[in-house]
Design a protein. Structure first.
Length: 155
């Protein structure tokens, strides 16, 4: 089984059901911030990405996935390992997250970094609501849920 840290709509369990993903724990990715650097044609709005940023943090969820499910997730995220990096929508990379935000429990997991597009649109309310539903469902920190509620939308 592979560990994958997700920080966008995939936090919400209903978005991960097709991968038979097993919830493992909530986690903090230190020195990163949440951005919206890409447009999703499927969702018709800007979607989440992360960038390194000293002193910031992104909260999300670690799931356990089979190798087959990870390959399907790669496809959904527009990642093909053999393709030129610039042609991928996202790049899968290994990161160290902190289990329940505790520095005493670092865990290696895969996550996806978005390849930014020029002038991506803002997320829409429907997408933002998925982020908030997932954050509430997984009991991410209250301050982080408040932060998500303040994300600007195109609506």
């Amino acid at each position: 089984m592979q560990k994958v840290f997700v920080y966008g709509s995939l936090i919400y369990s209903k978005e991960m059901t097709c991968y038979n993903a097993e919830f493992d724990f909530i986690a903090k990715l230190p020195n990163h911030k949440l951005t919206f650097p890409r447009e999703s044609k499927r969702r018709c709005c800007g979607v989440a990405g992360i960038v390194e940023c000293s002193g910031e943090e992104v909260w999300g969820v670690v799931y356990r996935l089979s190798d087959e499910a990870l390959n399907r997730l790669d496809s959904r995220e527009g990642y093909e390992p053999s393709r030129n990096k610039r042609k991928n929508s996202y790049e899968r990379c290994e990161v160290t997250v902190l289990r329940y935000g505790d520095e005493n429990y670092p865990v290696k997991a895969f996550t996806y970094y978005a390849n930014p597009q020029k002038n991506p649109p803002l997320p829409n309310n429907e997408y933002k609501d998925l982020l908030i539903k997932g954050a509430k469902e997984r009991r991410l920190p209250d301050w982080y849920i408040k932060f998500l509620k303040q994300v600007k939308t195109a609506d």
